[in-house]
Design a protein around this ligand. Structure first.
Ligand code: UDP
Length: 326
């Protein structure tokens, strides 16, 4: 075992709080931490999260759920070793429908959870995002790149909230000696993404499974790089155990155009759907690909799951969701 693997093995008697614990990423983190022996408290106001994501954990006596908005004062009885701050609307459709809540959870929610980390002497990990790079002028994106963000555009509410959250996290590290981490998460997919969150992957899969046209925005030549959720969780927990305070990109560097991605989804679902084009949303980043050199060298981490393999695992989940709703 390397020192990088503390969260993977030494969880016994350690307690973690996951904000946004009923969300897509939060619920996977709760599950992995429980598996590693942690006692886990999931906190969520269920704005975009869902109890369905954590109901399978309810029987575990080391798992607790607290329904709370983390922008309000947070009280957690007992000690905490680790706080993972994942609460936030995170898909472009969600954060544009919930702009004030998005700004509040990134700003006030980060302040409250950092205050809790200081009080408890806990390690604090902020879920940041590739959106801090905006519509990037450098490609691939390294952590040293400061980004190209439109503060007053439709994505500004999320991008600037997360940039503020990073600044707040560094301030608590520098001025209050809180043991902080910042992960910049690139596009991630897998079971428990919401069917209707508006992101390309759930949209394409549900359209393809229903035999409806697959809606590619713009010419589809814009690129993204999709990471399977299990890989992401491994990277995040390595970072939690690493002692690295500066931001680290975690994502899959395998870049694909959205058009090619739509074709892949149609092929893997065995669908006969056609592709249709819709207007490209304002400020939609033209390219996105993480440079994961830091994660590779500092965390000995890189993704293991190929896109087609991850999709093979994810498609049945979406199929079940669609059938459940029929
Ligand atoms: N997109 C698309 N059709 C959809 C949803 C999204 O073509 O139904 C495009 C979107 O314009 C963007 C890319 O797919 O270029 C990824 O969008 P997503 O909402 O998944 O997240 P983003 O990476 O933009 O934050």
């Amino acid at each position: 075992m390397t020192t990088n693997e503390l969260s993977e093995s030494a969880g016994a008697s350690r307690r973690a709080l996951v904000t946004g614990g009923a969300g897509f990423l939060g619920s996977h983190l709760c599950e992995r931490l429980l598996g590693n022996g942690y006692e886990v408290i999931a906190m969520d106001n269920l704005l975009t999260g869902s109890l369905g994501n954590i109901e399978h954990l309810a029987g575990n006596d080391r798992f607790h759920f607290i329904r709370q908005d983390v922008t309000e004062f947070i009280h957690v009885p007992g000690p905490l070793d680790l706080i993972l701050h994942f609460a936030s609307p995170a898909s472009p459709v969600d954060y544009q429908e919930l702009p004030i809540q998005t700004l509040k959870v990134g700003a006030l929610g980060t302040h409250k959870t950092l205050g809790l980390a200081k009080e408890k002497g806990a390690t604090f990990l902020l879920a940041s995002t590739s959106e801090v790079y905006g519509d990037p002028l450098e490609h691939p994106q390294r952590e040293e790149y400061w980004g190209n963000v439109n503060p007053v555009g439709p994505r500004g509410v999320y991008d600037e909230a997360k940039r503020f959250a990073e600044a707040m996290t560094m301030a608590y590290y520098r001025y209050h000696d809180v043991d902080t981490r910042i992960v910049r998460i690139f596009n991630t997919y897998g079971p428990r993404m919401r069917l209707n969150d508006g992101r390309a992957l759930p949209a394409f899969i549900s359209q393809a499974l229903r035999g409806e046209p697959v809606t590619v925005f713009g010419d589809g030549l814009q690129t993204r790089s999709f990471c399977f959720v299990a890989d992401l969780v491994t990277g995040i927990l390595r970072l939690a155990d690493s002692g690295i305070h500066t931001p680290v990109n975690i994502g899959n560097p395998a870049e694909i155009s959205i058009l090619e991605f739509a074709r892949t989804v149609i092929r893997l679902t065995g669908s006969k759907s056609e592709i249709i084009h819709r207007d490209l949303p304002e400020d939609d980043p033209k390219v996105r690909q993480p440079d994961i050199g830091r994660a590779r060298s500092l965390l000995d981490w890189e993704p293991q799951v190929e896109l087609t393999d991850g999709l093979e695992v994810s498609i049945p989940y979406f199929e079940e969701q669609l059938n459940g709703r029929a």
